[in-house]
Design a protein around this ligand. Structure first.
Ligand code: RNT
Ligand code: ZN
Length: 419
């Protein structure tokens, strides 16, 4: 008997249908962030260092510097990962060429600047999510949507509106909703004299962006909160309370987005998922790995990643209520591997959640002793055999079968890029 058959029987004994888990997971879209491939630089500006309080560290050779390189790298990752993928683009990845009239600034970008990405997605059957890029640009003063300078604020509002139009285009072309995430690094290094003004301006700016017409069935604008960033340690305009309140006050127009790197170190996003789903029909997530701060390390199969996925599954989030995306950028290791490890780990965590029996009854009947025993016993179930079967069914390599491809790609492609 095969290892999978064995595992299937063992899971059946605890009431879990492994075939069903595999079939369910196969259809769950997870967005792959394009920005792991080039350390969040994009193509529209000369970026020497990131702004907005985020930072990549490391200079592992082989970073993508052109759309063609980035697409080739993403292609390699897609082949190494099982499951349904979506692409996640930032506005700074607009592609300017002679055919579409050359470079324009962020307040003037149009759908045509993303046509090549649309073609890329169509050929691969991918949906696409989108993000306005409110950082790494000379118009950050350093604030953007919260700036007291009306010229600055208008520039960034126009950028946001342009991104709504591009998101609608992506959704229509690709036939899948486009999650459009609004995040700014607006904040201050030191104690502000006025905490209210920036927040009111931020609220008004998002209102203006969302006044651009869009179909909420196609475009899902999100507001992402944050606790602090590098150089903006004292005050963040888009704090947790601000962003949640904005989303709550604008239900039907936008949804809240939680990034698990954006909270105090002992707070967990897993617990916040059911809290938000008790009120919001839809929520969005950025899955990352913070180490002491929002360091955006590669996602591992760690306890909190598993717990986040457990909550997504337990709260019936897989039917579209929870939009799942990755968000990290490690420049110190092979970037193809960084992407692949993180994506596969989110898939693993989701599969592990789908292989967890529903133990609600034990909780409701106060059988806490048994609940602990059962939950602990799950940890030694033959999960790996089901995972390898899942990879096989998706036509993706099993564990132990993909790293050579990365090594070969590094040797043949990345090492020749000369950066
Ligand atoms: C930054 C936010 C944001 C970015 C991306 C690049 O702290 O998490 O989501 O990482 O937009
Ligand atoms: Zn994020």
């Amino acid at each position: 008997m095969s290892r999978y058959q064995d595992a299937k029987e063992m899971y059946a004994k605890i009431g879990v249908d492994t075939d069903k888990a595999i079939e369910t997971l196969k259809l769950v879209p997870v967005a792959l962030h394009c920005w792991q491939g080039d350390d969040v630089r994009g193509f529209d500006q000369k970026v020497d260092s990131l702004s907005g309080g985020i930072q990549t560290t490391g200079n592992y050779p082989g970073r993508a510097t052109t759309p063609e390189e980035l697409m080739a790298d993403i292609d390699t990752v897609l082949k190494l990962c099982p499951g349904t993928k979506k692409l996640n683009l930032h506005a700074c990845y607009a592609i300017f060429d002679d055919e579409n009239g050359g470079w324009v600034d962020r307040d003037k970008i149009e759908p045509k600047h993303f046509k090549k990405w649309v073609d890329f997605c169509k050929e691969r059957g991918l949906g696409c999510d989108f993000n306005p890029t409110f950082f790494s640009h000379p118009m950050c003063d350093p604030l953007t949507l919260a700036s007291p300078n009306e010229k600055t604020r208008k520039f960034w509002i126009d950028h946001g509106k342009a991104c709504i139009r591009i998101s609608q285009y992506l959704a229509e072309e690709l036939g899948q909703p486009c999650v459009m995430n609004i995040w700014t690094g607006d904040g201050f290094k030191d104690i502000p004299a006025d905490r209210m003004g920036p927040r009111v301006r931020y609220r008004e700016s998002i209102d203006e962006i969302l006044s651009e017409p869009y179909d909420f069935n196609k475009v899902k604008p999100c507001v992402e909160s944050k606790v602090f960033g590098i150089g903006v340690e004292a005050y963040t305009v888009g704090s947790a309370e601000f962003s949640l309140s904005y989303a709550a006050a604008n239900m039907g127009k936008c949804i809240p987005l939680m990034d698990n790197g954006h909270y105090h170190p002992t707070e967990v996003v897993s617990d916040k998922i059911p809290a938000l789903l008790a009120f919001f029909p839809e929520i969005a997530l950025h899955i990352t790995r913070p180490i002491r701060w929002d360091s955006d390390h590669v996602v591992l199969l760690d306890d909190e990643t598993k717990e986040i996925c457990k909550e997504i599954v337990r709260c019936d989030g897989l039917d579209g209520r929870v939009k799942i995306a990755l968000d990290y950028f490690d420049a110190s290791i092979n970037r193809i591997s960084a992407w692949t490890v993180g994506f596969r780990n989110v898939q693993k965590a989701l599969l592990s959640a789908l292989l967890t029996p529903d133990m609600t009854e034990m909780q409701n009947e106060n059988r806490w002793t048994e609940l602990m025993v059962r939950a602990e016993e799950l940890k030694t179930m033959p999960f790996g055999d089901v995972w390898n079967e899942y990879c096989k069914k998706c036509g993706a390599p099993a564990d132990g079968e993909w790293f050579e491809t990365v090594e070969k790609y590094e040797k043949d492609v990345l090492s020749k890029r000369g950066n």
